[in-house]
Design a protein around this ligand. Sequence first.
Ligand SMILES: Nc1nc2c(ncn2[C@@H]2O[C@H](COP(=O)(O)OP(=O)(O)OP(=O)(O)O)[C@@H](O)[C@H]2O)c(=O)[nH]1
Ligand SMILES: [Mg+2]
Length: 316
Amino acid sequence: MPDESPSNSSSALIERALTGDRRSVARLISMVEDGGAELGDAMGLLYPHTGSAYSLGITGAPGAGKSSLTDRLVARARTDGLKVGVLAIDPTSPFSGGALLGDRVRMQGHATDPEVFIRSMATRGHLGGLSLAAPEAVRVLDATGNDIVIIETVGVGQAEVEITDACDSTLVVLNPGWGDAVQAAKAGLMEIADIYVVNKADRPGAKDTVRELRAMINMNEGPWKPPIVETVAVKNEGIDELWEAVEKHRAFQEENGLLEARRRRRVEHEIKEIVAERYRQRVETEAHEKLAHLTNEVCARRMDPYEAATELIASL
Ligand SMILES: Nc1nc2c(ncn2[C@@H]2O[C@H](COP(=O)(O)OP(=O)(O)OP(=O)(O)O)[C@@H](O)[C@H]2O)c(=O)[nH]1
Ligand SMILES: [Mg+2]
């Protein structure tokens, strides 16, 4: 489309994506990764078509079995005739890493299913980073007709917590073995877990991990007590129970107005992120000289950093 203006090409692309054209959907996700100037337009055109997908975040230590579980959950969702989108996100790498190649292999069974869209994602140029890119990518998959969107994040850190927290239900995957539950607690996963999955339950120590988790959950006083589901992803064991747990959590949130509240919180957070990002950009572009001057003033101790920031904001 060499002759089209950015907004024209965006709307043509979105029209194709809305009819289910997979290459256009993939192109939109690439746009999200790149975070280019045309993204705002594209998101604006997509937004009216969003709101019907239910998103599931899956997080846990490297190798815990997130992709294997995702693969099984996709198969389970397909038996209900649901259309599924999967995003595998690696927050630690700005480019698609080797782990994602493994993901493709593990999810190969769905490669020819037109109702399943699997895509790995990293942020190449998105200024807001993954905290903005992840919800935008979910929005692409939501608008293009997926009933369920699964987001797998590799690793356990603040970025993963943020991404999975942007979902409707968050699954935290652990493995048997002393200390895994403690690690998860340290990583802040206890606050975001809606459902615990003890995967690789075919290995020794699964019951200990469940006990350990139960003790930690019992200390929490939330309205929802996260269930613990034991699974053996490689043998498709516990997947129905896991799916049931997700459905229960969904129903619980819908019945209590919690889903609406959760989505509202997320939108509020997103707006704040966009504002922060715009301000950062404006400081770089419009206030470049002012910033240099204020920096001099602070270095010369004629001003403190707070005063400088106040003056900079006022000048924007
Ligand atoms: N024994 C056993 N092995 C499993 C189970 N689930 C997954 N695995 C194996 O564990 C390894 C890692 O599985 P993945 O599904 O790639 O794990 P992951 O969490 O997606 O890994 P990363 O994306 O690299 O963080 C693979 O070799 C799987 O075959 C299970 O229930 N039992
Ligand atoms: Mg994986």
